[in-house]
Ligand binder design. Structure first.
Ligand SMILES: [Zn+2]
Length: 257
């Protein structure tokens, strides 16, 4: 082989090796390109959140036994005399003047309520649960008394009509200090307990059901003491979006406001 031929052969070989190397680098670069990976993971998240939204759009807000049931001034508990079959007295401090019914909540609420009250106590808050379950007959009794004292229109403003109280679901309760500081008063919101509950209740599956400034939506004045169980998933969602339960359901397309 002449020197010239060797030179040509070496050049061709060098070019071939260089070309293969470039192709290899180009391909591996393409596969590892960050954009490609990012797009695929974004796609997965989109699919997940769509499925999640779809699942939530099937929340049962009509059945009294559903933990998502919507009860407000235009949605009554059905049947009228509904009474949860799983009422229990949770291992928390309850008001001694309350009846056994009022000291009760549904079994599905029990452990979350106990955990929240334990953690509140660890924060130095001496809380007591008031008015858990309220039966149709006791709602009638209270409402009729309000009517006798203040007249029908006034009574409607500060009390639910019988059968329209969320307390009848066994998923709601009122909280107060043992010493009754700001008991069922707006000033409870400004106490250490009121603030702690507003900031933390969702972690245990509860929402502050009647927030400030949302009277026209919830139908109730601000009640910083009234909490409602929804479970951690939905409660966290409602809390983070800063919505009332009505607004949340409206966003899911389940009700119209
Ligand atoms: Zn209440």
């Amino acid at each position: 082989m002449s020197k010239k031929k060797i030179l040509v052969f070496a050049s061709v070989a060098f070019i071939a090796i260089l070309a293969s190397l470039l192709i290899f680098l180009f391909r591996s670069n393409k596969v590892e390109a960050p954009n490609f990976r990012d797009n695929s993971s974004m796609l997965n998240e989109d699919i997940l959140s769509d499925t999640e939204a779809e699942q939530k759009s099937y929340l049962d807000i009509k059945s009294a036994t559903s933990q998502y049931v919507l009860v407000n001034k235009s949605n009554q508990v059905k049947p009228q005399d509904y009474r949860p079959a799983d009422l229990v007295v949770a291992d928390v401090d309850v008001s001694s003047s309350d009846t056994k019914d009022e000291q009760s909540v549904r079994e599905i609420v029990k452990s979350s309520l106990e955990k929240m009250m334990r953690d509140a106590k660890a924060e130095g808050l001496n809380l007591v649960m008031n008015s858990g379950f309220r039966s149709y007959s006791s709602q009638s009794f209270y409402f009729n008394n309000y009517v006798k004292q203040s007249g029908l229109e006034a009574a409607k403003k500060f009390s639910a009509q019988p059968g329209y109280s969320e307390h009848q679901t066994g998923l709601s309760f009122d909280l107060s200090y043992k010493n009754r500081e700001c008991y069922l008063e707006i000033c409870f919101a400004e106490t250490k307990a009121g603030k702690w509950l507003a900031d933390n209740a969702h972690k245990y599956g509860f929402i502050l059901r009647y927030p400030e400034g949302k009277e026209s939506i919830t139908g109730y004045q601000y009640e910083p003491w009234h909490f409602r169980f929804l479970g951690e998933d939905i409660a966290k969602d409602v809390y983070e979006k800063k919505l009332t339960y009505e607004e949340y359901l409206s966003e899911l397309g389940l009700i119209s406001l």
